[in-house]
Design a protein around this ligand. Structure first.
Ligand code: APR
Ligand code: ZN
Length: 368
């Protein structure tokens, strides 16, 4: 069948919205119709080369959809199911999956080349194969995704907004709840309060962190952060963020800091603002060759820790439902995260707006 899709043909090129052919689902694959695709910084990282991929490719890794058709052997979902797409369709069988760490799944490697698990590519155009992105490709109205990537969710959640559960919410909230396990009353800071960082802020609210300090370079982002639970805000363009984080904690430093940008210097800032016993969590994805330097003494004296959080340590099959429950209970903000809605044909404008810092999160929810 044919589908409208935004195709990226190479580094630093604009997206081309055009018709692409999508094959029927193979074994353990399903055909879905997208409800929405989130406009996320990680897609932009593919455009710029920070995250290396092969071209042409259909990006979009944050997605929600309805199952249209199931391939042979599919047992986990059925036609009509509303689903959130997992960025990491874990194999369920490797050592890491068995240990409850599906974000480390060894069976995922195959997706890196832009194929599905069976090595196939279901998109093509004029005889040329067009690659999948993490088995999601939510910048296409129709897509074939691995059965295990399509996680059914409670139909009471507005399906388009639910797309954010697939990346920004799970990554940000998960970093706080599942990776760092922030304890009630502890102090925390979030550096970079975009789509992911705002969710780290609301993760802090969920676990009743004490002070929640938001750091960003845009005042309007900081205002939004307050709405998500930040108790203090710091504009690092006008104020030294490390000194400000120390001042706001009576000179002690913060117990937890989450870097949600992906820049070495801001990871360093976060580490430099830690209290004794504190944990700095790198959430943003930095360029492959980027390095940080930190004083090792600080690791020893005060037993500070520097750790990473990948996909918020999320286990999609259990944690998407947990996040949905929090939303339905009025404790997790989802609708307020989506500050712009776009048509697929406006995708280049959607990324411009994201890069200009104009939106909390934009979604594409009209595929025309
Ligand atoms: N200091 C503080 N804040 C900054 C700085 C800086 N030097 N540079 C950028 N920011 C802020 C931006 O103003 C914006 O609010 O960081 C935020 C980044 O947010 P988004 O562009 O919405 O990015 P997001 O989708 O949240 O992704 C952040 O997480 O998943 C990864 O690959 C993703 O590395 C990316 C990171
Ligand atoms: Zn993302």
């Amino acid at each position: 069948m044919k589908t409208p899709a935004a195709v990226l043909y190479g580094l630093n090129q604009p997206f081309v919205v055009e018709e692409v052919e999508v094959d029927p689902p193979g074994p353990h694959q399903v055909l879905v119709e997208m409800a929405a695709g989130g406009v996320c910084h990680s897609d932009w990282s593919v455009v710029t080369g920070t995250i290396a991929k092969e071209f042409p490719i259909i990006l979009g890794h944050e997605g929600s959809a309805r199952v249209l058709e199931t391939g042979p052997g599919v047992t986990l979902v059925k036609a009509g199911d509303p689903v959130v797409l997992s960025v990491l369709p874990d194999c369920g069988a490797c050592r890491y999956c068995a240990n409850g760490r599906p974000n480390f799944c060894d069976g995922l490697l195959i997706y890196r080349g832009g194929t599905l698990a069976d090595g196939s590519i279901r998109f093509h155009r004029n005889g040329q194969r067009v690659r999948h992105f993490n088995g999601v490709s939510s910048f296409s109205r129709y897509a074939v995704v691995p059965e295990r990537a399509a996680v059914p969710i409670d139909p009471r959640v507005p399906l388009d907004k639910a797309a954010l559960l697939g990346c920004a919410v799970s990554t940000g909230v998960g970093a706080v709840l599942f990776t760092a396990k922030v304890t009630p009353g502890s102090t925390m800071a979030v550096i970079g309060v975009g789509g992911v960082g705002l969710n780290a802020i609301q993760g802090g609210t969920l676990v009743s962190a004490g002070k929640i300090i938001a750091v960003d370079v845009h005042d309007h982002k900081l205002e939004t952060a307050r709405e998500f639970g930040a108790t203090h805000v710091v504009n690092s363009r006008t104020t030294d963020p490390v000194q400000a984080m120390l001042d706001l904690t009576d000179g002690l430093g913060v117990d937890f800091v989450f870097e949600c940008i992906g820049r070495p210097e801001t990871v360093q800032q976060g580490f430099g603002a830690l209290a004794k016993g504190g944990t700095a969590v790198a959430v943003g994805i930095a360029p492959k060759d980027a390095l940080i330097s930190i004083p090792p003494q600080q690791l020893v004296y005060g037993e500070r820790r520097l750790i990473g959080s990948f996909y918020g340590s999320t286990r999609p099959r259990t944690d998407f439902a947990l996040l949905v429950d929090l939303y339905l209970a009025g404790r997790l903000k989802l609708d307020q995260l989506v500050t712009r809605e776009w048509k697929l044909s406006e995708i280049n404008e959607a990324f411009r707006a994201m890069n200009a810092g104009e939106v909390a999160r934009g979604i594409i929810n009209q595929y025309e």
